[in-house]
Design a protein around this ligand. Sequence first.
Ligand code: AMP
Ligand code: MN
Ligand code: MN
Ligand code: MN
Length: 304
Amino acid sequence: MPERIGDASGIDLHLHSTASDGRLTPEALMQLCHRRELHTVAVTDHDTVAGLDEAHQAAQRLNLTLLPGAELSCRWRGIGIHVVALLPGAPGSVLEAGLAQLSEARHQRAAVIAQRLERAGLDSALERAREQAGSDRPLGRPDFARALVEAGLVADLPAAFKRYLGAGRPGDVKTHWPELADVVDWIVRDGGVAVLAHPLRYRLTRRKLTQLLDDFAAAGGEGAELVSGYQNEQRTHDLAGLLERRGLYASLGSDFHYEGGALAPGTLGPLPASAVAPIWQHPKLSDKLKQSAFESLPTTGSVS
Ligand code: AMP
Ligand code: MN
Ligand code: MN
Ligand code: MN
């Protein structure tokens, strides 16, 4: 592994598969990462570890180091926040119970979103979203977004979020998610590492962002994504300082969802010259990464 944050080629610690709202199967995702010459990746599906077994098998075959992960939905001061769990717990763990709770929350939320979209003119919204998902996995807002496009209510996905599903719109339902501090606690109690996902994407004022980072660190969070896809270089530099001052490790990821979308796996953009410590130097991760992640880890079974 490279030692400095400025040397992160071949690493991507935030990727989605068909286990949540990504469009590649875990195996196809690992093949794409291999073709793109990545060496260390984390699969971080929304609120589930269901894709990890398949990803693990493919990664082993391709000689890719895979860190098991998940991106958990939660709330902080009424704002929807995402936390990446690296090394989520084994079956029977606190986090497994947490993931079951999140799966149920997604289920209940989908019914509320469907009701609201039906009022806005999308009949049989739940069935349409299910058809878009193409499997029985828990539904996400992108499934409803695609249903809205398919039904001709909006022209494309960005418009679906802008009008119906994005922050403050009728389909933005957050009340079912647990609190940030609880989610961080689940991760930490199982020996995982809690990483605040894409801190610059919540449209917070700088003051609110610093409060979020403080609360996250106080809850036991140990890292934050310094780079999540393309972002403003100046703000990235500023964020590096905020992490460094709080002793938070810096993680990096593309938040890849599908080919032809915004970012391919491994796309990280310019990294700041900074003294912030890269997450792969975290003691819980560095040994595992050296040994090739999975061999020494408990297997992470899928949660139904
Ligand atoms: P959910 O996890 O069900 O709340 O859905 C959130 C997901 O929707 C994110 O992880 C993105 O994949 C997707 N998303 C959020 N905002 C947008 C947007 N403006 N355009 C397209 N996709 C979006
Ligand atoms: Mn997503
Ligand atoms: Mn996210
Ligand atoms: Mn994501």
